[in-house]
Ligand binder design. Structure first.
Ligand code: SF4
Length: 209
């Protein structure tokens, strides 16, 4: 019999979701190894390489153990870029465990996975997003980099459905980035853009993982 398929995993831990509309909700995180981008501002560079190969069963076992002391009912599949690996069997196993799934992706790969909360975070310079991911996104998140322009904000706001908020997220905790985010927000409102907001990474403010 062939060995069961494995996924390359950087870390599995319990915390609160610090980003986006799910901010503050207790969440278990499964960080998958590998990314096809090399963003200069990346705050999870440790997930670009390394990691450990685990079967779906081993991942579920670890989550069960975490839930004994932190019984969160959400799990966030993140990275790196989780859609570089075949996470379909993992998602199915997590659903069998009764967990709600959030998936965070840079938007460049679509495996047609049906999850409870899809966060799409397009990245510079192309901000490429697969159309299916745009349609299914619960929220879109963009990092306020030095190069981010108002035209990109407008383009992405028009790309995602109106019901999905476009979240401007300051680059780490940089003051210049927060100030630029506020300027972009004001300009967007002046231009009649709706469902746009500026949000911090709460886990960093709280000193959490
Ligand atoms: S897409 Fe995300 S994980 Fe990949 S390099 Fe960029 S910020 Fe890092």
């Amino acid at each position: 019999m062939p060995p069961p398929p494995t996924l390359k995993i950087s870390e599995i831990f319990a915390s609160v979701q610090g980003e986006g509309l799910r901010q503050g909700q207790p969440t278990l995180f499964v960080r998958l190894t590998g990314c096809d981008l090399r963003c200069l501002f990346c705050d999870t560079k440790r997930a670009w390489k390394g990691g450990k190969r685990l079967t779906v069963e081993a991942i579920v076992r670890r989550l069960r153990r975490l839930r004994e002391r932190f019984p969160a009912d959400w799990v966030c599949l993140t990275g790196g870029e989780p859609l570089l690996q075949d996470i379909g069997p993992l998602a199915a196993a997590l659903k069998r465990e009764g967990l709600k799934i959030q998936l965070e992706t840079n938007g460049r790969h679509d495996r047609g996975l049906d999850v409870d909360w899809l966060t799409v975070s397009p990245k510079p310079p192309s901000y490429l997003v697969r159309p299916g991911l745009c349609r299914r996104a619960a929220e879109a998140k963009i990092v306020v980099t030095r190069d981010l322009t108002f035209d990109v904000v407008l383009r992405l706001r028009n790309r995602f459905p109106k019901r999905a908020p476009l979240i401007l997220q300051p680059q780490s905790r940089r003051k210049w980035s927060a100030a630029k985010g506020l300027r972009l927000l004001g300009r967007s409102l002046q231009a009649g853009v709706t469902n746009i907001r500026l949000m911090v990474q709460a886990h960093k403010e709280l000193g959490l993982k």
